[in-house]
Write a protein that binds this ligand. Structure first.
Ligand code: PMP
Length: 352
């Protein structure tokens, strides 16, 4: 037997939610937006000059960086763009978590964090959320090599107020603190205003949820120019041309249409608030959601059984067979019509 396997980087990969493509299915399993991207995005694609594809895209992603900088009122040297926030986060892990000390993130949070930590050989600790799935800020007072958490959290959908974020920043001035705001546009207040005060704060967001562009793969980070420079150095040491030409043009159009963005996010929030009432009537409980999904447990029927029954009915939600959360379903907010079908099925299934 030869020994080449000994030197292989062996990782346990992240398992994304399934992407079925069945006629008539209701897909509420990967927190996608049920509405199409802004109309300008379609126009850009319709008018896109395929000939331009012979040229490399702009490695600095200038158009999109400038557009985001304008929108969020920051300098263009404060914006980094990547292929979805997964790419941005992976780069950030590699760039900023480079210590012998463990990085900290909650025991229940985005399950990709431990995958990147393992892959890049970053030590990590996962302080437990309390019994209501709330962040325990004191757990982040200990010595560490960096801090990351989603806000609102995934999969719980719980939003932590900015005072909690600021308290964690106050206690972590010697490391980089990353706030993963994939779901912030559905009701929470972004930590972006804090970047002026904390040079070690990196805020990461995505076009996949509130901007209806999961399929285009655009994410971004905003922070102090020095953080952004370090991120870019690592990116350029990997792959200079991460953002393709179509993604850059479509991203710009999505940001420009603020009216459409506000309308669709408001519709999702409205549907979510109504869905909370419907779920309660059906005997579900859930932590208060400020995201485009609800993390719900039923009073008598195990989540695993409901998940399987829904799947049979061509309705897809997400189920995590993991400690502390194995009796919960993560239900993405779809259109009002999709949610009505979900509740119709659940009423019959639960005899309510
Ligand atoms: N962060 C969190 C908390 C998420 O739930 C997701 C979606 N899976 C991401 C980041 C990554 O999203 P994307 O790569 O599509 O931007």
């Amino acid at each position: 037997m030869s020994n080449w396997r000994e030197n292989v980087r062996k990782v346990v990969p992240y398992v994304p939610g399934e992407q079925p493509n069945k006629p008539g299915m209701i897909k509420l399993n990967t927190n996608e937006n049920p509405y199409p991207p802004a109309p300008g995005v379609k126009r850009v694609l319709d008018e896109f000059q395929a000939d331009s594809l012979r040229l490399y895209p702009d490695p600095a992603v200038t158009d999109l960086v400038e557009c985001l900088a304008d929108y969020y009122g920051v300098g263009k040297d404060q914006v980094f763009v990547g292929v979805g926030s997964d790419d941005v986060l992976a780069m950030a892990f590699m760039t900023f978590f480079n210590s012998e000390k463990p990085i900290l993130f909650p025991d229940i949070s985005y399950s990709f964090y431990s995958v990147w930590a393992e892959e890049f050989k970053i030590p990590y600790k996962r302080p437990a959320l309390d019994e209501n799935f709330k962040l325990v800020k004191e757990d982040y007072y200990q010595e560490n090599g960096g801090v990351i958490f989603p806000n609102p959290n995934a999969p719980t959908a719980i939003y932590e107020p900015l005072e909690t974020i600021e308290d964690i920043l106050q206690h972590n001035k010697d490391v980089v603190v990353i706030v993963d705001e994939a779901y912030i546009d559905f009701g929470g207040q972004s930590a972006l205003p804090l970047i002026e005060k904390y040079e070690n704060l990196l805020v990461v967001q995505t076009f996949s949820k509130s901007r209806s562009m999961a399929g285009m793969r655009i994410g971004f980070a905003i922070g102090n120019p020095e953080l952004i420079k370090y991120l870019n150095d690592v990116k350029y040491s990997f792959n200079s041309y991460t953002m393709n030409r179509t993604a850059i043009c479509c991203g710009v159009e999505a940001v420009r249409d603020d009216t459409y963005f506000k309308e669709t996010t408001a519709k999702i929030i409205e549907t979510r608030e109504w869905a909370k009432e419907e779920l309660t009537k059906l005997g579900f409980t859930f932590p208060e959601s400020q995201a485009n999904f609800i993390f719900a447990a039923h009073e008598s029927v195990p989540a695993k059984e409901i998940f399987a029954a829904l799947r049979e009915a061509n309705i897809y939600v997400r189920y995590f067979n993991a400690p502390r959360i194995s009796n919960y379903l993560r239900i993405t907010i779809g259109t009002r019509g999709e949610m009505e079908k979900l509740f119709e099925f659940l009423r019959t299934y639960l005899n309510k």
